[in-house]
Structures are given as structure tokens and as C-alpha cells.
Design a protein around this ligand. Structure first.
Ligand code: ZN
Length: 323
């Protein structure tokens, strides 16, 4: 049983690697760009980057890749057998088996895969904002919305391993087209790209006049312009962020109705705007949640582990699943 494990969090643009102790302490950390070329077959280019990260840790810390537990968090549908069924935001890795690829390249024998949102949930549950909370939902507001459901102290993986894809819950029947091919998915409204989409829509409708003038045209107004201006109190930007907060609450209320969860941990890139989103989302929840006043107070808390949640959770997966 190894005292350390590697956690790899593979995103659409970056791959973050951490070397972690059983107590969740990060001993070392590496960041690489995620390649998007498909040479060598599904996932080969990405696996090469991950193998280099593991090899660097092994060399720096005198570890053997063959006996080092390695967990990989992937943005997509990860089967229980570790094969990646589908990654809408990282198409070149769809179908790849990273345990096989890392075994071939660096002789790694203990490689385990899990969905990245599920990893973030496990990370927060072990060492972050979900510690001691046996029923909570992790919500990562990034390019899309990732998620992981902890129910009765267990990760909800579902029959195939695809559980917890909360971002693809439809919140608007016949709404905006999603990368998954569906319409009206939650992540088209309350994620980073959701904010970008709403920003463009509002700017084109003339509802962001000051930002449009400032940026020299509706097409130039970006989501980050809105978060910055909302932080400075510009009313049109505050109003748009309130709309995003409403969409966030809309999805959380659905999850409460289904799971009877009373606790959410909010992470991901857009959570830098947590101060702008969470207070309003909490208020909207009171209106949108079925039987709100019959329930204990709902907690909507920011992530503790922030950018490391997914990688730490991937390491936790490796610790838990190694034989
Ligand atoms: Zn979708």
C-alpha cells in the first residue's frame, strides 16, 4: 500500500497533476496543456502528457510508476471498467483506455478512471467543504457544469458509471442547444459558457448598453466583463448575474426535489464569481424549491479545495481502489 498517490485532472485546456499523501496533503504539482490532436489513436497524445507528468513525479521523489496508485479524472462519461465512453469537450480521447495506455508507456499498473465531477465530489468529501456531510452535491461551474452526488456517504455512480451528470439536466424545455446534442441543459444557463451566451444575447437585445459602449459593440462584450462590472456595482451587469443566479437555483431546486439533499458545494472556474452568485441563488432557492419551509435550511457553500478539487479527488479514487 503506497503512502502517496497521483491525481490527474484532465480538462479541455489543461491537465493538472498532484502528488498527494493519504491525508490529502499536496507534495508536488504540475500543469500541462491538454493536446487536441488525434495522432496515434484515441487518447494517445493526452496519455503521453499524463505519462510525462507521472514520470516526473517518480523521478523527483524516487517512486516507481509500476506501484504508484494513479487516479485520472476525465471530463466525460467514464465506464465502470475505466474506459471513456464519450467526452463531448475532449473528442480526441473518446473511447480511450488510459489504464492500458499508461501501462504500455511507463509500466503503470494501478491506474483508475473516474468522471472529473465525481472526482471533485470525492475530493471535497474527503478533505474539503464536504467533510463529514454524507448527503451533498458537488457542482462545478466551469466551461460546462460538472457534478458529483454523494448520497448516504457513497458516490452515486449509477449502473454504468455515468451518474451525476447534473449539467445535462434540462431546465428549459426546448431551450438552448447543448454540446451534448440536447436542448435546454442546465450548463447552457449557469456555467461559464452559459454566462457568455446570456451576455451575447443580452448585449444584442440592447440590455447591456454601458458595457456595449465600453467594449465598442455588442459582439465584444464578454462574460468576464459582466462579472467584473457586476463586482463594481454596474446595474445592468448585476441584473445579468442575478439571472445566472436564478438559473443556478433552478437546477439546485430540481436536485433537492429528487435527492432531498440539503447541502451543495460550488466549485469550478465561474465560482470566482461566488460572491455575486451564491447570496442571490440562496434567496431564489426559497421560492423555487418544493416544500422549502418544511426542510432544514439548505446550505450552498463554496468549494474548499478550489482548483485542486478534481485532482485531489482523483488521487482519493486511486487510494480507495488500489488492491
Ligand atoms: Zn447537455
Amino acid at each position: 500500500m503506497s503512502d502517496v498517490a497521483v491525481g490527474l485532472d484532465v480538462g479541455g485546456t489543461k491537465a493538472l497533476a498532484v502528488l498527494v499523501t493519504r491525508q490529502g496533503e499536496i507534495l508536488d504539482e504540475l500543469r500541462s496543456s491538454t493536446p487536441h490532436d488525434s495522432h496515434g489513436g484515441a487518447g494517445a497524445a493526452t496519455a503521453k502528457v499524463l505519462a510525462e507528468q507521472v514520470a516526473t513525479f517518480a523521478q523527483r521523489h524516487g517512486l516507481d510508476a509500476a506501484t504508484l496508485p494513479i487516479g485520472i479524472g476525465m471530463p466525460g462519461m467514464v465506464r465502470r471498467d475505466g474506459r471513456l465512453a464519450f467526452a463531448p469537450n475532449l473528442q480526441t480521447v473518446s473511447g480511450a483506455s488510459f489504464p492500458e495506455l499508461l501501462n504500455e508507456s511507463i509500466g503503470a499498473q494501478l491506474v483508475y478512471m473516474e468522471n472529473d465531477g465525481n472526482c471533485a465530489a470525492l475530493g471535497e468529501y474527503a478533505w474539503g467543504a464536504g467533510r463529514g456531510i454524507d448527503n451533498f452535491v458537488m457542482v462545478t461551474l466551469g466551461t460546462g457544469i460538472g457534478g458529483g452526488i454523494i448520497a448516504n456517504g457513497e458516490l452515486v455512480r449509477g449502473q454504468s458509471g455515468f451518474g451525476g451528470e447534473i449539467g445535462h439536466m434540462a431546465v428549459q424545455a426546448r431551450g438552448a442547444l447543448c454540446g451534448c446534442g440536447g436542448y435546454g441543459c442546465w450548463e447552457r444557463y449557469a456555467s461559464g459558457t452559459g454566462l457568455a451566451r446570456l451576455t451575447l444575447e443580452w448585449a444584442n437585445e440592447g440590455r447591456l448598453p454601458e458595457l456595449t459602449a465600453l467594449r465598442g459593440g455588442a459582439q465584444n462584450v464578454r462574460g468576464e466583463d459582466v462579472t467584473r462590472a457586476a463586482g463594481e456595482g454596474l446595474e445592468e451587469a448585476v441584473t445579468l448575474m442575478n439571472d445566472v443566479a436564478w438559473w443556478l437555483a433552478r437546477g439546485l431546486a430540481n436536485l433537492i426535489a429528487i435527492l432531498d439533499t440539503g447541502h451543495f458545494v460550488i466549485g469550478g472556474g465561474l465560482s470566482v464569481a461566488a460572491d455575486l452568485l451564491l447570496p442571490n441563488a440562496r434567496e431564489y432557492l426559497a421560492d423555487l424549491t418544493f416544500g422549502y419551509d418544511k426542510r432544514p435550511p439548505v446550505v450552498v457553500a463554496p468549494s474548499d479545495l478550489t482548483v485542486h478539487a478534481g485532482a485531489l479527488g482523483a488521487a482519493k479514487v486511486a487510494f480507495d481502489r488500489q488492491p
